[in-house]
Structures are given as structure tokens and as C-alpha cells.
Design a protein around this ligand. Structure first.
Ligand code: DGL
Length: 273
């Protein structure tokens, strides 16, 4: 199948969190067009079953294919953990998750072979980071910790708040005693809590941001396949945003974190797909 290099990249998440990934794609691949889908009607995915998240992911992928995307980024750790393996074999275009790139960097930078992972209940329960890290280096001990309250705290906008710091201390205390030297921020929302997490863990713990690492992985993948955007095609809306609910709320959150003015956000009926 011939892929059009100037087609957009499809990026999806359970809601707003994947914007941290979209932001890195915009920064690191400025010539690429992006179609983003946030499943704001069915968020969160982090406490849903694998079957449900896989069904949702397939519906969104059908929608993105209708938008004629040239590649898909599953910008949600839970959906990457539950759906990537299955959907990768069902599509002719490249599909990327956000787990692998973070695992590769963590395996490279850890000195004491003790890596922590924080994420949703679904992601941590899936054991995917342990599987991937130990495939890269069987000597690595992986300590996972689900931090479910982080998502609502970020969505409330409490990024630098004593309540968030208190919750973080409680969650991260368990990882601190395990003497990890590397911590993967295995949920889309967590890069927004980076400074709080770093302060609690201490400067000696290296935080790995899979959103950034995945954007670099995407660049390498598009280059390898010869489908990086030519940069010649001008478009009125190079970034298009679709949601399954609450388009206005999505738009104001997106405008608060993206280095770009979000003008077009449209609600679509995802259950149709
Ligand atoms: N986007 C999800 C993730 O990265 C977090 C929010 C949710 O639970 O849906 O796992």
C-alpha cells in the first residue's frame, strides 16, 4: 500500500491527556499535520477492562482511517497497554503506542537496574512495562505503582497544589524505599506533574517522559518508512481536534497546554464507528 506522506498523523487518547503527546509531536515534527481524537464521553480508560478499551480503540481507529491518516499514535498508556498488540496486526499503516519508547530509554539510563513505573490501574495491572523492560534487560527489577488520583487532580488544574503534593508523597513513598534510580511517567497526565514528582523523588531519580520519547520514535519511524511530511503542503487547519463530548471544555484545556491556538474542535458520535 502506498502511503501519502502529506496525509495527517492520527493521534488518540481517552480524553485530554494525549495532548501531552500531541504537544511533543508538534514541537518535534513541526511539518506534520495532526488529527487528534479525545474520547471525552468515555474517559477514563484507566479503570476499564481490556475488552472495553480494545473496542473503544478500534472504533476510534476506524474514525481516524476515515480521516485518511498515514500513521496512528495511541497517545494513551492504558490503550497502548491493552490494544496496541491487537490493532497493529489489523492495519496497513504504522501504529505506535507510548510504552515502548519510554521503556527503551529507561533501560538505557538506569544504573542500578531498579526502575519504577507509575500509571493507571489498567496500565500497571497489565504488567506491560515489566515485560518490555525485562526483554530489553533481564537484570532490571521493575516496581509499578498505580496512582489513580493523579488524573482527576490534573484535570482539576491542581498542578502545583499542596493537596497534589500530599497525594504524590503518599503514592511515591513506596517507590522511594525501593531505591529506584529511574521512574517512567506511564500516564499521559503525569508529565504535567513533573516538578512535584521530581521534588519528592529527589534529583538523583531520572524521570522518563514517554510523550517526548514517543515523538522521537515517531520521527524515526516516519523517516525509516520515507513518509515524513514534505512540508510543502499548506493547510488552513494543520491540527484538527475531535472529541466524543464536551468540545468547549476540551478546547480550553487544549489551549492551556498547547503551543498553538486551537480553533477547531468538533464533537462526533464515536458509537457510530
Ligand atoms: N490517558 C490515560 C493513560 O495514559 C489516562 C486517563 C484515563 O484513565 O483515561 O493511561
Amino acid at each position: 500500500m502506498k502511503i501519502d506522506r502529506d496525509a495527517p498523523i492520527g493521534v488518540f487518547d481517552s480524553g485530554i491527556g494525549g495532548l501531552t503527546v500531541a504537544r511533543e509531536i508538534m514541537r518535534n515534527l513541526p511539518s506534520e499535520k495532526v488529527v487528534y481524537f479525545g474520547d471525552t464521553a468515555r474517559v477514563p480508560y484507566g479503570n476499564k477492562s481490556k475488552e472495553t478499551v480494545l473496542r473503544y480503540s478500534r472504533q476510534i481507529i476506524r474514525f481516524l482511517q476515515e480521516q485518511k491518516v498515514k500513521a496512528i499514535v495511541i497517545a494513551c498508556n492504558t490503550a497502548s497497554a491493552f490494544a496496541l498488540d491487537a490493532v497493529r496486526h489489523e492495519l496497513e499503516i504504522p501504529v505506535l503506542g507510548v510504552i515502548e519508547a519510554g521503556a527503551v530509554v529507561a533501560a538505557k539510563v538506569t544504573r542500578n537496574h531498579r526502575v519504577g513505573v507509575i500509571g493507571t490501574v489498567g496500565t500497571i495491572g497489565s504488567g506491560i512495562h515489566k515485560e518490555q523492560l525485562q526483554k530489553l534487560d533481564p537484570e532490571i527489577t521493575v516496581i509499578g505503582k498505580a496512582c489513580p488520583l493523579f488524573v482527576p487532580l490534573v484535570e482539576e488544574g491542581w498542578l502545583h497544589d499542596p493537596v497534589t503534593a500530599e497525594v504524590a508523597k503518599r503514592y511515591l513513598g513506596e517507590l522511594k524505599v525501593q531505591e529506584i534510580d529511574t521512574l517512567i511517567l506511564g500516564c499521559t497526565h503525569y508529565p504535567l506533574l513533573r516538578s512535584t514528582i521530581q521534588e519528592i523523588m529527589g534529583e538523583h531519580v531520572r524521570l522518563v517522559n514517554p510523550a517526548y520519547e514517543s515523538a522521537l520514535e515517531l520521527k524515526e519511524l516516519l523517516t525509516r518508512k520515507g513518509i515524513l511530511a514534505s512540508g510543502k503542503e499548506e493547510e488552513e487547519f494543520p491540527y484538527r481536534f475531535y472529541v466524543s463530548d464536551l468540545a468547549d471544555e476540551f478546547k480550553s484545556f487544549a489551549n492551556s497546554i498547547l503551543p498553538y491556538d486551537v480553533e477547531m474542535t468538533q464533537k462526533i458520535d464515536i458509537e457510530k464507528y
